[in-house]
Design a protein around this ligand. Structure first.
Ligand code: KG4
Ligand code: ZN
Length: 339
Protein backbone atom coordinates (compact mmCIF):
# COMPACT_ATOMS: atom_id res chain seq x y z
CA UNK A 1 0.00 0.00 0.00
CA UNK A 2 1.51 3.32 -1.16
CA UNK A 3 0.49 6.29 1.01
CA UNK A 4 1.03 10.01 0.46
CA UNK A 5 1.51 11.87 3.77
CA UNK A 6 1.04 15.62 4.23
CA UNK A 7 2.05 17.59 7.34
CA UNK A 8 1.05 21.28 7.68
CA UNK A 9 0.21 21.74 11.38
CA UNK A 10 2.62 24.59 12.09
CA UNK A 11 5.50 26.15 10.18
CA UNK A 12 6.89 23.25 8.13
CA UNK A 13 5.35 21.81 5.01
CA UNK A 14 6.26 18.11 5.01
CA UNK A 15 5.35 15.57 2.35
CA UNK A 16 6.31 11.89 1.98
CA UNK A 17 5.54 8.70 0.12
CA UNK A 18 5.56 5.59 2.33
CA UNK A 19 4.97 2.06 1.11
CA UNK A 20 3.79 -0.61 3.56
CA UNK A 21 6.08 -3.20 1.97
CA UNK A 22 9.07 -1.14 0.93
CA UNK A 23 9.16 1.53 3.64
CA UNK A 24 9.85 5.20 3.10
CA UNK A 25 10.37 5.99 -0.59
CA UNK A 26 10.79 9.78 -0.57
CA UNK A 27 10.21 12.78 1.67
CA UNK A 28 10.51 16.53 1.30
CA UNK A 29 10.34 19.40 3.75
CA UNK A 30 10.04 23.14 3.43
CA UNK A 31 10.67 25.12 6.60
CA UNK A 32 9.08 28.55 7.03
CA UNK A 33 11.50 29.52 9.81
CA UNK A 34 13.00 32.42 7.82
CA UNK A 35 9.51 33.77 7.05
CA UNK A 36 8.52 33.97 10.73
CA UNK A 37 11.92 34.90 12.20
CA UNK A 38 11.44 38.67 11.90
CA UNK A 39 8.20 38.42 13.95
CA UNK A 40 9.84 36.36 16.72
CA UNK A 41 7.26 33.57 16.38
CA UNK A 42 4.92 31.83 13.95
CA UNK A 43 2.33 34.15 12.31
CA UNK A 44 -0.63 31.81 11.65
CA UNK A 45 -1.99 33.56 8.53
CA UNK A 46 1.44 33.68 6.89
CA UNK A 47 1.94 30.00 7.74
CA UNK A 48 -1.34 29.00 6.04
CA UNK A 49 -0.52 30.97 2.89
CA UNK A 50 2.94 29.47 2.64
CA UNK A 51 1.56 25.93 2.99
CA UNK A 52 -0.75 26.73 0.04
CA UNK A 53 2.28 27.79 -1.99
CA UNK A 54 4.52 24.84 -1.14
CA UNK A 55 2.37 21.73 -0.72
CA UNK A 56 1.72 20.84 -4.37
CA UNK A 57 5.30 21.47 -5.60
CA UNK A 58 6.59 19.25 -2.76
CA UNK A 59 4.05 16.54 -3.64
CA UNK A 60 5.26 16.59 -7.27
CA UNK A 61 8.83 16.42 -5.97
CA UNK A 62 8.30 13.26 -3.87
CA UNK A 63 6.58 11.45 -6.77
CA UNK A 64 9.53 12.30 -9.01
CA UNK A 65 12.10 11.25 -6.37
CA UNK A 66 10.32 7.98 -5.61
CA UNK A 67 9.78 7.21 -9.31
CA UNK A 68 6.09 6.50 -8.63
CA UNK A 69 2.94 7.53 -10.44
CA UNK A 70 -0.26 8.93 -8.99
CA UNK A 71 -2.18 5.79 -10.06
CA UNK A 72 -0.04 3.73 -7.68
CA UNK A 73 -1.21 5.62 -4.57
CA UNK A 74 -3.60 3.62 -2.37
CA UNK A 75 -4.37 6.27 0.27
CA UNK A 76 -3.68 9.81 1.49
CA UNK A 77 -2.87 10.82 5.08
CA UNK A 78 -2.88 14.40 6.34
CA UNK A 79 -2.38 15.96 9.79
CA UNK A 80 -5.84 16.80 11.18
CA UNK A 81 -4.68 18.25 14.55
CA UNK A 82 -3.50 19.50 16.93
CA UNK A 83 -1.94 22.67 15.50
CA UNK A 84 -2.82 25.99 13.91
CA UNK A 85 -6.32 25.69 12.46
CA UNK A 86 -5.65 27.57 9.20
CA UNK A 87 -2.44 25.64 8.55
CA UNK A 88 -4.16 22.32 9.33
CA UNK A 89 -7.07 23.12 7.02
CA UNK A 90 -4.69 23.71 4.10
CA UNK A 91 -3.20 20.21 4.42
CA UNK A 92 -6.59 18.62 5.12
CA UNK A 93 -8.22 20.30 2.10
CA UNK A 94 -5.37 19.32 -0.22
CA UNK A 95 -5.13 15.76 1.14
CA UNK A 96 -8.86 15.10 1.12
CA UNK A 97 -9.31 16.59 -2.37
CA UNK A 98 -6.44 14.62 -3.87
CA UNK A 99 -7.77 11.38 -2.37
CA UNK A 100 -11.22 12.09 -3.82
CA UNK A 101 -9.76 12.95 -7.23
CA UNK A 102 -7.62 9.82 -7.25
CA UNK A 103 -10.45 7.61 -5.96
CA UNK A 104 -8.56 6.39 -2.87
CA UNK A 105 -9.32 6.60 0.88
CA UNK A 106 -8.07 9.42 3.10
CA UNK A 107 -7.23 9.48 6.79
CA UNK A 108 -6.70 12.39 9.19
CA UNK A 109 -3.70 11.76 11.45
CA UNK A 110 -3.03 13.10 14.96
CA UNK A 111 0.22 15.09 14.81
CA UNK A 112 1.54 13.62 18.08
CA UNK A 113 0.71 10.07 16.98
CA UNK A 114 2.89 10.85 13.99
CA UNK A 115 5.71 11.95 16.31
CA UNK A 116 5.45 8.94 18.60
CA UNK A 117 5.43 6.45 15.74
CA UNK A 118 8.37 8.19 13.99
CA UNK A 119 10.97 5.75 15.49
CA UNK A 120 9.15 3.02 13.49
CA UNK A 121 10.71 4.48 10.34
CA UNK A 122 14.17 3.36 11.50
CA UNK A 123 15.86 0.15 10.47
CA UNK A 124 15.40 -1.65 13.78
CA UNK A 125 12.08 -0.28 14.99
CA UNK A 126 11.14 -0.62 18.67
CA UNK A 127 8.53 -3.21 19.66
CA UNK A 128 5.26 -2.35 21.42
CA UNK A 129 4.68 -1.77 24.30
CA UNK A 130 6.93 1.15 25.19
CA UNK A 131 7.05 4.44 27.05
CA UNK A 132 7.23 7.52 24.81
CA UNK A 133 8.66 10.87 25.83
CA UNK A 134 7.00 13.42 23.54
CA UNK A 135 8.86 16.70 23.69
CA UNK A 136 8.07 19.42 21.17
CA UNK A 137 7.16 23.10 20.96
CA UNK A 138 3.63 22.32 22.08
CA UNK A 139 3.95 19.14 24.16
CA UNK A 140 5.85 17.55 27.05
CA UNK A 141 4.24 14.23 27.70
CA UNK A 142 5.08 10.76 28.90
CA UNK A 143 2.82 8.21 27.24
CA UNK A 144 2.40 4.46 27.65
CA UNK A 145 2.07 3.06 24.13
CA UNK A 146 0.60 -0.45 23.75
CA UNK A 147 -0.05 -0.27 20.00
CA UNK A 148 -1.30 2.09 17.30
CA UNK A 149 -4.03 4.17 18.94
CA UNK A 150 -3.53 2.55 22.36
CA UNK A 151 -2.13 5.43 24.37
CA UNK A 152 -2.29 6.32 28.07
CA UNK A 153 -0.92 9.71 29.04
CA UNK A 154 1.19 9.18 32.17
CA UNK A 155 2.37 12.74 32.65
CA UNK A 156 1.93 16.13 31.05
CA UNK A 157 3.20 19.65 31.43
CA UNK A 158 1.35 21.92 33.83
CA UNK A 159 2.52 25.08 32.04
CA UNK A 160 5.07 25.59 29.23
CA UNK A 161 5.97 22.72 26.93
CA UNK A 162 9.68 21.94 27.01
CA UNK A 163 10.36 23.30 23.49
CA UNK A 164 8.44 26.44 24.41
CA UNK A 165 10.61 26.82 27.54
CA UNK A 166 13.75 26.43 25.38
CA UNK A 167 12.43 29.03 22.91
CA UNK A 168 11.37 31.55 25.59
CA UNK A 169 14.66 31.25 27.47
CA UNK A 170 16.53 31.59 24.17
CA UNK A 171 14.61 34.81 23.53
CA UNK A 172 15.75 36.15 26.92
CA UNK A 173 19.31 35.41 25.79
CA UNK A 174 18.72 37.23 22.45
CA UNK A 175 19.23 34.04 20.45
CA UNK A 176 16.46 34.66 17.91
CA UNK A 177 13.63 32.35 16.90
CA UNK A 178 13.24 29.41 17.16
CA UNK A 179 15.87 29.45 19.84
CA UNK A 180 15.94 25.84 21.08
CA UNK A 181 18.78 24.64 18.83
CA UNK A 182 20.67 27.96 19.30
CA UNK A 183 20.43 27.67 23.10
CA UNK A 184 21.66 24.07 22.94
CA UNK A 185 24.60 25.23 20.82
CA UNK A 186 25.48 28.09 23.20
CA UNK A 187 25.28 25.72 26.20
CA UNK A 188 28.39 23.94 24.85
CA UNK A 189 30.43 27.05 25.79
CA UNK A 190 28.95 27.21 29.30
CA UNK A 191 30.82 26.69 32.55
CA UNK A 192 29.14 23.73 34.31
CA UNK A 193 30.25 24.96 37.75
CA UNK A 194 28.79 28.46 37.69
CA UNK A 195 25.01 28.14 38.11
CA UNK A 196 22.65 25.40 39.27
CA UNK A 197 19.00 25.66 38.33
CA UNK A 198 16.21 23.75 40.16
CA UNK A 199 14.83 20.42 38.84
CA UNK A 200 11.10 21.22 38.93
CA UNK A 201 8.68 18.67 40.45
CA UNK A 202 11.27 15.92 40.82
CA UNK A 203 11.16 15.70 44.63
CA UNK A 204 7.50 14.62 44.73
CA UNK A 205 5.80 11.63 43.16
CA UNK A 206 4.14 11.82 39.75
CA UNK A 207 5.14 12.23 36.14
CA UNK A 208 3.96 15.76 35.36
CA UNK A 209 6.34 18.51 34.30
CA UNK A 210 6.55 22.24 34.93
CA UNK A 211 9.09 24.30 33.01
CA UNK A 212 7.92 27.92 33.23
CA UNK A 213 9.77 28.52 36.52
CA UNK A 214 13.11 27.75 34.84
CA UNK A 215 12.59 30.59 32.38
CA UNK A 216 12.00 32.98 35.33
CA UNK A 217 15.09 31.54 37.05
CA UNK A 218 17.09 32.28 33.91
CA UNK A 219 15.76 35.85 33.81
CA UNK A 220 16.63 36.46 37.47
CA UNK A 221 20.10 34.98 36.98
CA UNK A 222 20.79 37.34 34.08
CA UNK A 223 19.46 40.35 35.98
CA UNK A 224 21.74 39.56 38.93
CA UNK A 225 24.86 38.56 36.99
CA UNK A 226 24.72 40.63 33.80
CA UNK A 227 24.26 39.51 30.22
CA UNK A 228 27.84 39.32 28.97
CA UNK A 229 28.49 36.47 26.49
CA UNK A 230 30.02 34.10 29.06
CA UNK A 231 27.16 34.60 31.53
CA UNK A 232 24.67 33.89 28.75
CA UNK A 233 26.48 30.67 27.88
CA UNK A 234 26.59 29.68 31.56
CA UNK A 235 22.83 30.33 31.90
CA UNK A 236 22.18 28.32 28.72
CA UNK A 237 24.19 25.43 30.16
CA UNK A 238 22.44 25.51 33.56
CA UNK A 239 18.99 25.78 31.94
CA UNK A 240 19.60 22.87 29.55
CA UNK A 241 21.12 20.78 32.32
CA UNK A 242 18.08 21.31 34.56
CA UNK A 243 15.63 20.45 31.75
CA UNK A 244 17.56 17.37 30.66
CA UNK A 245 18.05 16.01 34.16
CA UNK A 246 14.38 16.58 34.99
CA UNK A 247 13.33 14.64 31.91
CA UNK A 248 15.78 11.82 32.66
CA UNK A 249 14.41 11.49 36.21
CA UNK A 250 10.80 11.37 34.95
CA UNK A 251 11.60 8.87 32.19
CA UNK A 252 13.33 6.56 34.67
CA UNK A 253 10.32 6.83 36.97
CA UNK A 254 7.85 6.11 34.10
CA UNK A 255 9.82 3.01 33.07
CA UNK A 256 9.95 1.71 36.63
CA UNK A 257 6.28 2.41 37.31
CA UNK A 258 5.04 0.74 34.11
CA UNK A 259 7.61 -2.06 34.23
CA UNK A 260 8.30 -1.51 30.52
CA UNK A 261 11.76 -2.02 29.04
CA UNK A 262 11.74 0.40 26.09
CA UNK A 263 11.71 4.18 25.94
CA UNK A 264 11.27 6.11 22.72
CA UNK A 265 11.87 9.84 22.41
CA UNK A 266 10.06 11.93 19.83
CA UNK A 267 9.35 15.55 18.94
CA UNK A 268 11.63 18.48 18.15
CA UNK A 269 13.44 18.53 21.52
CA UNK A 270 14.34 14.89 20.87
CA UNK A 271 16.98 16.36 18.57
CA UNK A 272 18.79 17.80 21.62
CA UNK A 273 22.19 16.18 21.88
CA UNK A 274 22.55 16.43 25.68
CA UNK A 275 19.12 14.81 26.14
CA UNK A 276 19.98 11.96 23.77
CA UNK A 277 23.29 11.34 25.50
CA UNK A 278 21.91 11.40 29.06
CA UNK A 279 18.93 9.20 28.24
CA UNK A 280 21.36 6.76 26.63
CA UNK A 281 23.37 6.64 29.88
CA UNK A 282 20.22 6.21 31.98
CA UNK A 283 18.99 3.37 29.74
CA UNK A 284 22.32 1.57 30.09
CA UNK A 285 22.27 1.90 33.88
CA UNK A 286 18.64 0.67 34.06
CA UNK A 287 19.11 -2.18 31.56
CA UNK A 288 16.44 -0.79 29.23
CA UNK A 289 16.45 0.24 25.56
CA UNK A 290 16.10 3.79 24.31
CA UNK A 291 15.19 4.56 20.68
CA UNK A 292 15.21 7.86 18.84
CA UNK A 293 14.03 8.74 15.35
CA UNK A 294 16.82 10.04 13.10
CA UNK A 295 17.33 13.79 13.70
CA UNK A 296 15.31 14.96 10.67
CA UNK A 297 12.29 12.93 11.85
CA UNK A 298 12.39 14.35 15.40
CA UNK A 299 11.11 17.70 14.16
CA UNK A 300 7.94 18.03 12.06
CA UNK A 301 7.96 16.03 8.82
CA UNK A 302 5.68 14.31 6.33
CA UNK A 303 7.22 10.84 6.74
CA UNK A 304 5.78 10.32 10.22
CA UNK A 305 2.29 11.28 8.96
CA UNK A 306 2.56 8.95 5.96
CA UNK A 307 3.67 6.11 8.29
CA UNK A 308 0.95 6.65 10.93
CA UNK A 309 -1.69 7.13 8.20
CA UNK A 310 -0.60 3.92 6.49
CA UNK A 311 -1.09 1.92 9.71
CA UNK A 312 -4.62 3.29 10.08
CA UNK A 313 -5.51 2.83 6.40
CA UNK A 314 -4.23 -0.76 6.50
CA UNK A 315 -6.57 -1.40 9.44
CA UNK A 316 -9.49 -0.09 7.39
CA UNK A 317 -9.88 3.41 8.84
CA UNK A 318 -11.50 5.84 6.38
CA UNK A 319 -12.60 9.50 6.54
CA UNK A 320 -15.98 10.49 5.13
CA UNK A 321 -16.02 12.66 1.99
CA UNK A 322 -15.90 15.89 3.95
CA UNK A 323 -12.92 16.89 6.06
CA UNK A 324 -12.26 18.69 9.32
CA UNK A 325 -9.36 19.59 11.57
CA UNK A 326 -9.17 19.93 15.36
CA UNK A 327 -6.58 22.40 16.69
CA UNK A 328 -6.91 20.98 20.23
CA UNK A 329 -7.24 17.25 19.56
CA UNK A 330 -5.74 15.39 22.55
CA UNK A 331 -3.80 12.15 22.34
CA UNK A 332 -6.04 10.29 24.78
CA UNK A 333 -9.06 10.92 22.51
CA UNK A 334 -7.50 8.52 19.99
CA UNK A 335 -8.71 4.96 19.60
CA UNK A 336 -7.12 2.02 17.79
CA UNK A 337 -8.09 1.88 14.09
CA UNK A 338 -10.04 -1.41 14.32
CA UNK A 339 -12.46 -0.25 17.04
O1 KG4 B 1 8.23 18.82 16.99
P1 KG4 B 1 8.59 20.20 16.54
O2 KG4 B 1 9.38 20.35 15.28
O3 KG4 B 1 7.33 21.09 16.37
C1 KG4 B 1 6.23 21.03 17.21
O4 KG4 B 1 5.35 20.16 16.98
O5 KG4 B 1 6.26 21.81 18.19
O6 KG4 B 1 9.38 20.87 17.77
C2 KG4 B 1 9.89 22.18 17.70
C3 KG4 B 1 10.52 22.54 19.05
C4 KG4 B 1 10.93 24.01 19.13
O7 KG4 B 1 10.49 24.52 20.39
C5 KG4 B 1 12.46 23.95 19.05
O8 KG4 B 1 13.09 25.01 19.70
C6 KG4 B 1 12.74 22.63 19.73
O9 KG4 B 1 11.71 21.77 19.26
N1 KG4 B 1 14.06 22.09 19.37
C7 KG4 B 1 15.09 21.94 20.24
C8 KG4 B 1 16.18 21.42 19.51
N2 KG4 B 1 15.78 21.25 18.21
C9 KG4 B 1 14.48 21.67 18.14
N3 KG4 B 1 15.16 22.21 21.56
C10 KG4 B 1 16.33 21.95 22.17
N4 KG4 B 1 17.43 21.46 21.55
C11 KG4 B 1 17.39 21.17 20.23
N5 KG4 B 1 18.48 20.67 19.62
ZN1 ZN C 1 5.57 18.48 16.03
Amino acid sequence: MLVLGIETSCDETGVALYDAGQGLLAHALYSQVALHAEYGGVVPELASRDHVRKALPLIRQVFAEAGRRIEQVAGVAYTAGPGLIGALLVGAAIGRSLAWTWGVPAVGVHHMEGHLLAPMLEENPPQFPFVALLVSGGHSQLVEVRGVGRYRVLGDTLDDAVGEAFDKTAKLLDLGYPGGPALAHLAEQGNPERFTFPRPMTNRPGLDFSFSGLKTFALNTIQTNGNDPQTKADVAYAFQEAVVETMVIKCRRALRETGLGTLIVAGGVGANRALRQRLGQMAKAEGVTVAFPRLEFCTDNGAMIAYAGCQRLLAGQREPLWFSADPRWTLDQLVPPES
